[in-house]
Design a protein around this ligand. Structure first.
Ligand SMILES: Cc1cc2nc3c(=O)[nH]c(=O)nc-3n(C[C@H](O)[C@H](O)[C@H](O)COP(=O)(O)OP(=O)(O)OC[C@H]3O[C@@H](n4cnc5c(N)ncnc54)[C@H](O)[C@@H]3O)c2cc1C
Length: 493
């Protein structure tokens, strides 16, 4: 068995990818220290706690439970050793702004009837669509997600090429969904999952229809204590394996190479044999490495397609918000304009598509008695002007919109309010232009076209997290940790 006995590794950043790879590396015998610039572990999956309210600041959908099971199983544990799980019913609710309301539930027959009510034959089309997406999920996970195909030659293998063709890798999601459903609302339901990948129906390859298998078939779950509870679990596992964590310790530079690194921090340098960076790729490449060691130039990072940023309102409110489910989407009937205002002509959306999360519907511990805890998330273009006046104006627009289209009027009931937007993403996570999620999953930024786990010009420096493969999302970043550790073991084990 390969081992990293005697190797010291510094992991920069305690996001899901950093925490995950730290577990794999410690398990392989390395002496692992994770340093994190912020005051808590979790990265984008941080928690906000105020006046008896507790919010997951970022991820709130626990999807792909199989990925978490596989992760913990590697260490002879199960997720339930660390947190319980509740299957949500409904998985989510959608309010279309013209007045319709649809629940997507764990019961497929019920969802088929809803689809049928919009379009003759759509129930059966849904079944076919989900069957295709299940096949894509199985092929995609086995051949492309769990295996790190970071070089073109990996794809020239005939068998792999055949699998890739089977996934209809090249077409857009828009075209793929239109092949099955004519009704625009059904198309929207099937395409919404792309927001998880930071893309739009036009710029995301059809391969990602596997996301429908994720949400319709594998289900939407709520972990005990929210996604923060999952972070606690992974960090706890790391401690059991010997990982050490230091918060409030930013890296300010990476010097040297394998065996003789100098990781600069305001508290003094660290001198590990190997370094893994979980900080956003552009930050590590352009701000932590000296110019002669950077893998890319500024033009490269400038020319990438970034996933949206987000305008977030964390709200503690008096009373219930019964109209909303744990997960609720509010969608304009024509949402092309919103996507255009994210990807084509960046602007604050006039008629936003947004998401509300109400964990207090499921969990009594996240809000004081008689109160509800919710957050509202509007995806917006990264790099927009983000001023206090703009936030104030947009907050009013969103709360008015929520009242108009869901019947949930929060305006006189808010007892706690925090806002989080582009500037906060940039400052808190060192994210490029304040993107919430990193590099979008366009065709040109999928699989081998994402930046590699091995830094291009520094031996012994590795990258992990949402900007690498497989990509965005908590499950993907967990897997990214596994792939990065495999690369380290291949080179040093
Ligand atoms: C609002 C929002 C909602 C989301 N919803 C979901 C969801 O419902 N389900 C889902 O699966 N995913 C969701 N995601 C995506 C998911 O949260 C991310 O893809 C994932 O958590 C990113 O993990 P990562 O490994 O890339 O690390 P990150 O979370 O990006 O963490 C990187 C860490 O590095 C630290 N760092 C940066 N620079 C330095 C430095 N110089 N020195 C030390 N530390 C540094 C940062 O502070 C951060 O803690 C959401 C994300 C956001 C923002």
């Amino acid at each position: 068995m390969q081992s990293l006995d005697g190797e010291s590794v510094v992991v920069i950043g305690a996001g899901v990818g950093g925490l995950s790879t730290a577990c794999y590396l410690a398990d392989a015998g390395a002496d692992v220290r994770v340093i994190e610039k912020n005051e808590q572990l979790g990265g984008r999956a941080s928690r906000l706690e105020r006046d008896g309210f507790r919010f997951d600041m970022g991820p709130s959908w626990y999807l792909m439970p199989d990925v978490f099971e596989r992760f913990f199983d590697h260490f002879d544990r199960t997720p339930t050793d660390y947190y319980g799980l509740t299957h949500l019913d409904p998985h989510y609710r959608i309010f279309f702004k013209d007045g319709d309301e649809v629940d997507v539930t764990p019961e497929l027959e019920r969802t088929k009837r809803v689809f049928e009510s919009y379009e003759d034959g759509a129930g059966e089309a849904l079944e076919r669509y989900l069957e295709k997406s299940r096949e894509n999920y199985e092929v995609g996970m086995e051949h492309f997600v769990y295996e790190d195909r970071s070089k073109l030659r990996d794809y020239l293998d005939l068998d792999v090429a055949r699998q890739a063709r089977g996934l209809s890798l090249l077409g857009s999601m828009q075209g793929h969904v239109e092949d099955y459903f004519d009704h625009p609302k059904l198309q929207q339901i099937m395409q919404y999952t792309l927001v998880f990948l930071g893309g739009s129906p036009k710029n995301t390859p059809a391969l990602y229809n596997l996301m429908s298998h994720v949400d319709f078939n594998l289900g939407v779950w709520y972990p005990e204590d929210g996604v923060g509870g999952v972070i606690d679990g992974i960090a706890e596992l790391g401690r059991e394996l010997g990982v050490e964590y230091e918060t409030n310790r930013p890296a300010t530079g990476i010097k040297g190479r394998e065996g003789a690194f100098l990781v600069e921090t305001p508290e003094g340098p660290l001198r590990p044999d190997l370094v893994v960076s979980n900080a956003d790729y552009p930050h590590t490449d352009q701000e932590l490495l000296p110019e002669e060691r950077q893998g890319y130039d500024a033009d490269y990072w400038d020319s990438r397609t970034y996933a949206p940023s987000a305008f977030l309102l964390y709200l503690g409110v008096e009373g219930d918000v019964d109209e909303l489910a744990h997960h609720t989407l509010v969608l304009p009937t024509d949402w092309e304009e919103h996507f255009d205002q994210i990807f084509e002509e960046p602007a604050w959306p006039d008629d936003p598509a947004y998401y509300c999360c109400v964990p207090s519907e499921t969990d009594d511990d996240v809000a004081p008695d008689g109160h509800s805890n919710l957050f509202v998330l509007v995806p917006i273009a990264p790099g927009l002007e983000d001023t206090p006046e703009q936030r104030e104006q947009y907050r009013d627009l969103v709360l008015d919109d929520l009242a108009d289209h869901t019947g949930t009027d929060l305006r006189d009931r808010i007892v706690l309010e925090e806002r989080f937007c582009i500037e906060d993403f940039a400052n808190r996570y060192n994210s490029y232009n304040g993107t919430a999620l990193g590099l979008a999953h366009t065709l040109r930024q999928t699989a081998l076209f994402r930046p590699p786990h091995r830094a291009k010009r520094v031996d012994g420096l590795y990258m992990v997290g949402g900007d690498t493969t497989p990509g965005i999302g908590v499950p993907m970043c967990l897997i990214s940790g596994e792939l990065t550790a495999e690369a380290v073991l291949e080179d040093h084990g």
